[in-house]
Design a protein around this ligand. Structure first.
Ligand SMILES: O=C(O)CCC(=O)C(=O)O
Length: 286
């Protein structure tokens, strides 16, 4: 069996897979340096903007404390190149087919000692499509250990229900901890050395704890869809949507599958990032 065939088999069974050390230390050093520079550029800012999502404890007068770099692939050349890197894309094609569209990106930083948790959720709840050939790749910019707030996933949950991600009558991007208590006891951490990638299916139940360790956990997340998966929430900019085709050819024939869907509406009370959306979920796991 080829390596990609083995990756595909594991992904299809479990809804996630880790590929250790896909990127070498030179490749990781460039990503890390770029990321550190962007973090540093938040110094002096007093509120979140189109690049930085600030931690609640960030102080404009002190060292930058940021929880997310927004849209890195769309805003910085180094990450744009990575999203098209052939080592990575060959794996994505093995899982989604030859026609692949870039969907979104972010770097969740999790600075040492306090980096914010992400409550349990399914990405599918944020962006349902006509079929679920949609996934997220995580690129480890530092080692992912069991202590620095790694992504936790529930094996096999990509074949289960789509959970309610609402609170106070609006979408909140987080599942009440009580609704998934029997699931999350089976969760496993996705760990590996810097340069490893994690891949999780769009319906896989996942979350991550506060980083209480002394080691940061910057994780670059890039989502891709099969080109025949069309977003049920619509397309605000068709030109940019078609420009996001990064492999194969465009496909205007949407493939419809009998997948469970809950719409993320009414919209979350707090906008800006998942951390803001999740504010209204009071039954928290982390
Ligand atoms: O950064 C993490 O640990 C989780 C990220 C995540 O699931 C998300 O941002 O949707």
């Amino acid at each position: 069996m080829s390596n990609n065939a083995a990756i595909k088999k594991e992904y299809e069974i479990n809804g996630y897979v880790v590929v250790p050390s896909l990127f070498n230390s030179d490749e990781v050093d460039l990503l890390r340096k770029t990321t550190d520079d962007i973090i540093e550029s938040a110094r002096g800012k007093s509120k979140s903007d189109s690049i930085h999502d600030l931690e609640d404890s960030h102080d404009a007068a002190g060292a930058p404390k940021i929880r997310r770099i927004k849209d890195p692939v769309q805003q910085f050349d180094v990450y744009a190149a990575l999203a098209r890197n052939e080592k990575l894309l060959s794996i994505v094609r093995a899982l989604l087919g030859d026609n692949v569209r870039f969907h979104n990106s972010k770097i969740n930083i999790k600075l040492a000692e306090f980096g914010a948790a992400v409550e349990w959720h399914q990405d599918w709840a944020f962006y349902p499509h006509t079929n679920d050939a949609v996934l997220a790749v995580g690129v480890a910019l530092e080692d992912l250990t069991k202590d620095n707030g790694p992504l936790m996933v529930v094996p096999g949950s990509h074949r289960g229900p789509v959970y309610d991600h609402h609170a106070d009558g609006a979408f909140c991007g987080a599942i009440a901890a009580g609704d998934v208590a029997d699931q999350i006891k089976n969760a496993v951490p996705l760990i590996g050395p810097a340069g490893s990638i994690t891949i999780h299916h769009v319906r896989t139940l996942h979350g991550s704890a506060i980083n209480r360790s002394g080691q940061p956990r910057p994780l670059l997340l890039i989502s891709y869809t099969a080109a025949d998966a069309w977003p049920l929430m619509g397309i605000s900019d068709f030109h940019s949507f078609t420009n996001h085709l990064i492999s194969g050819s465009e496909c205007t024939a949407a493939r419809l599958e009998a997948v469970p869907v809950r719409m993320p509406l009414p919209a979350a009370a707090f906008q800006g990032s998942i951390y803001e959306n999740q504010r209204t979920q009071r039954d928290r796991a982390f």
